[in-house]
Ligand binder design. Sequence first.
Ligand code: AMP
Length: 492
Amino acid sequence: MPFKKIGLSDELVQGILATGYTAPTEIQSEVIPHAIQGHDIIGCAQTGTGKTAAFVLPILNRLTDEKAKSKSKRKRFVQALILTPTRELAVQIEEAIAEYGRFLHLKALSIYGGVNIQRQIDKLRRGVDIVVATPGRLMDHMDRETINLSRLKVFVIDEADRMFDMGFVNDVKKIVSVLPEKRQTLLFSATMPEAVRKLTEGIQNKPIKIQIGKQHNPIETVTQHIYRMQREFKMDLLMHMLKEEQMYSTLIFSRTRYGADKISRRLSKAGIKSVAIHSNRTQAQRQQALDGFKQGKYQVMVATDIAARGIDVEGLSHVINYDVPTYAEDYVHRIGRTGRAMQTGDAITLVSSEEHKYLKKIEEFTGLKMKPKRYLGFDHRKIDKTKEDNSGHEEKESNHKTRSRSEKAKKRRKSNAETSNWSDERQSKKKRPTTRSNSEGGGKKRSNSQGGKKKANSQGNKRNDQGPGGKKKKRPHKKRRPNKKRRPLSDD
Ligand code: AMP
């Protein structure tokens, strides 16, 4: 069905066509007609399905219509409020409004933290029709009484489940409490946990529920790849993939901010244009990173989950989970950054032995069993060892050590041919200093990171005691390897 047939005005349809859309997506066809009629709506759809236009277009349609009928055409007051969890998403929605509404005479403003509030106050004073806001900064404006929401007609909560995850629930409730009761409320959420469902009960009036696709399913246009390996090989494989494959626009997810910076630095050093985005960076840096990535200035953007929702980069070819996300929902959101707008994309997840538990949770959540693969052209010895769960790194070290020991022993045998009656006991004593100095290196590294230390203690012990099938594993009795225990588990 063409856009015109779902009830949108001519000028708006022109704007949509100029944006390059020819027909509405499924969520748009379902939501827009009901929204135009003024119904409250709960929209459940995966990211990448065209959800933004599904709520922006009816808003633009309604406000233009009402403006045409109004006597004070020139006067602007906030008639629509869109709440979103992240600043990047707010900017993106503001841009979408400007694109779709290019032939309309409506003004939108995004208000979010991390930037000068005065400019926002000035713009609000001059008058806007639509505000796209993050909850914290909006509350700030409400406290200062620099925003007037008393004439609001449409209220949208976008990414409601994320809003809850980020702890915004009380802010949302406070905001809702000052809005006019007579309004249209549209709520969009990728998933519908109990907390979100409860919220909708209090703030909506007989909402129409629209569900597109199954809630937990990752978007179908994304091909998922799983590679199992020890953590220390992840960087090798990442570099290898980025150099060997045509990964022209790649988003890499790291669990921590520190990790994101580190990955980005390592890639930049290797000549791969890369930038990091996370909440420790200023808003200007975040926006610059995102803009640079969108414009193709950087081949890679390394992000924490701050970029897992809503971020829309046209033609993003690959999403790489350098770390497996702790929450299964985040996996679906992360990989949904690619394969958007009916294009295809690849999602690659690097899974270390410590992360198998998260992969299992993802499989349960999505109902998909993901088969680990071999990465063609990569040194498989590195990956194969990891199949034994805990032995990859240790074997590597032990190979290395065995070699150096036997080399040393050879030398020693040569030079001490006449005193070749050393006992095994004496040999091993003699070797210990080497081992100890290795372990001191590991220990030192670990003591820099408290998180790493904890993990290393709790998980490291488990790994040492259990074989792959959960059975007690026979310890190699002849040598103790202190450095095996002390190996730092995490880059972060
Ligand atoms: P969203 O789910 O709103 O983040 O949208 C995902 C992507 O789909 C964005 O790149 C939009 O520009 C694009 N998009 C939205 N609606 C349409 C449409 N009707 N036709 C083609 N692309 C669309």
